[in-house]
Design a binder for this molecule. Structure first.
Ligand code: 6PG
Length: 247
């Protein structure tokens, strides 16, 4: 894959298959960096890209037995819906990846959506803390990027982008979308490795705006990753990279 260094992290550009494979490789590498660590935590995300990646991982048997035996699974952000809803990010990950791979429920850590949203965020942080370690969030945090530049559930104009109060996780009501539970900018800074997968020509304009446009993270949330760029890798297919490469 082609590799570029930007102020938002390293950018790898290649085919979709290469992006999928590298996503696994990066996560496995992160686990390999701390072989004696007690736990390895891996947060997945929502959207259409992960769905395709889950199916690919299962079909290709892509994740190593060692990682499968060690990983604790989370999602970076969640809709405030029941886990059996097709809108649930964890529910989707469970159906398409975790169940097919036979992951036991003791290593699955969904957000709770049966308590008020603000409490769900506090509880997620509290329940996750023993797995993450002090002052840390996930060892590996997967993210996507929406057409409006949002990432996780940090949407343009989100108050969390101005001030998250140092909290790693938060509940936020998003206009016309309802309640979301999400990792915050501080939470992303406390992650070991952030992997952002961006695929398809529909993302080309936004990716160009994120990586080469004016710095305005309040309106272009993915730019918040600049604060932890040393721990960020973007996996971008050729179609999504086209406008950035043509600059
Ligand atoms: C979600 C995600 C969101 C997603 C982007 C990209 O819950 O939907 O957290 O941030 O990653 O919208 O989605 P696609 O993979 O569908 O482009």
């Amino acid at each position: 894959m082609k590799e570029l260094s930007t102020s938002y992290g390293r950018v790898f550009i290649g085919s979709k298959e290469e992006c999928f494979r590298t996503a696994v490789f990066l996560a496995e590498g992160q686990r390999g960096r701390h072989p004696t660590a007690k736990h390895f935590t891996w947060a997945l995300t929502g959207g259409s890209t992960p769905k395709e990646w889950y199916q690919w991982c299962v079909a290709k048997d892509a994740i190593s037995p060692g990682t499968l035996a060690a990983a604790h699974w989370f999602v970076s952000d969640e809709r405030y819906v029941r886990i059996d809803s097709h809108e649930s990010n964890f529910g989707t990950a469970d159906r398409l990846l975790l169940k097919p791979l036979g992951i036991p429920s003791a290593r699955k850590h969904p957000w709770s959506t049966n308590v008020p949203p603000a409490m769900a965020a506090v509880e997620f942080e509290r329940m996750g803390a023993p797995w993450f370690g002090r002052g840390r969030t996930f060892d590996v945090c997967f993210l996507g990027m929406g057409d409006d530049g949002h990432t996780a559930s940090l949407f343009p104009g989100s108050p969390l982008l101005k001030d998250d109060g140092g909290h790693f996780f938060a509940a936020i009501e998003v206009l016309e979308k309802g309640w979301r539970l999400t990792i915050t900018p501080s939470g992303l800074q406390a992650a070991g490795l952030v992997v952002v997968m961006v695929l398809g020509e529909g993302k080309a304009g936004t990716l160009h705006r994120v990586l080469a446009g004016e710095f305005d993270p309040h309106q272009i949330p993915a730019q918040t990753l600049k604060a932890c760029s040393q721990n960020v890798v973007w996996l971008v297919d050729e179609a999504a990279a086209a406008k950035f490469l043509a600059k």
